[in-house]
Design a protein around this ligand. Sequence first.
Ligand code: SF4
Length: 367
Amino acid sequence: MTTRINLSACNKLQLDEFCNELDLPRYRADQLFQWIYLKNAGSFGEMTNLSKALRGEFEQRAELRGVRQTSVSRSKDGTTKCLFRLHDEKLVEAVLIPEFFDDGVADRLTVCVSSQVGCVFGCSFCATGRMGFFRNLTIGEITGQVLSMNAIAEAEYGKRITNIVYMGMVEPFHNYAPVVDSAEILCDPLGLNLSPRRITISTVGLTRQIRTYADEKRPWNLAISLHAADDEKRNQIMPINETLNLAALRQVLVHYHRTMKQPVTYEYLLFDQFNDSPDDARNLAAIARWIPSKINIIMYNSVEGVTLQRAREDRLNRFMSELTNLGARATVRRSRGDDIDAGCGQLAIRDQDSQGKTIAGRQKVQP
Ligand code: SF4
């Protein structure tokens, strides 16, 4: 028996090629695209504007391996976290973070999406890093989470999601092609038609992929998970920094800005008495001057087994005034959904059946 092609792992071009091989007119590829990447169809039987014969032919030659939503948790601050089961029983999480106008009407509806099962990079403060890496997600496993969260947004707030952040329980650039393909699909006029400026892709600083991203002129915002502003401290909490240090990051970000003329955002979790001193603020402000940038200071939510703790308010205030005095553009982000373990660094699947791979044991990886 011939292997069936997984159409929910295909980009637009590959769907075109699939229909071409079957001698189908071009609009059939658009119909398939919309069923998979807008209507989130889980089977060919749902594709009611295709003839029964065509659905039968697709059934024989192809399959759809999307995501199944298995549970929903709601935080008292309005954040919703969903757990999704994949075809091989692996689990991933996505989070919907609403922000409201003063009158209580929803303003921004941001989805934080996962693009891998687990993460190999083993950052010491991160629950995902502690579970290790299992596998990359396909395009449809990424867009399926977004479309499910969009359905929740429409049901609860009467509007579509407005923003997507590729942060989730992963390192998005470690699964580069499906991540950029999925972002393209989510911006496609036949799909959710989101503006590229509404999508942010975050990375710990994988320099080869940042260079490719710039050279390919990818239009989505770029965020760097920095979390420490000198190599010594970054090495302690982020093993990747031993291979790709701040000098390497600086070099590639200068290239990114020369090519794209876009600013970058630095994400900086503030840990009590680890990276929250005036000296740390000065180092961070110096990094912020490499290229035009802004900084998100994120208040950490504790993770079981991690000794690092959230910075105290007085240290946060001192840190922020130091940054502001040095001319850095910085905003404090209160992590959301911590009562349902949906905050930054807290996502993890505790019932994955084994421990995934990690570089935290100081094994070097080729990023
Ligand atoms: S912080 Fe990001 S890169 Fe580091 S272990 Fe967690 S998910 Fe991976």
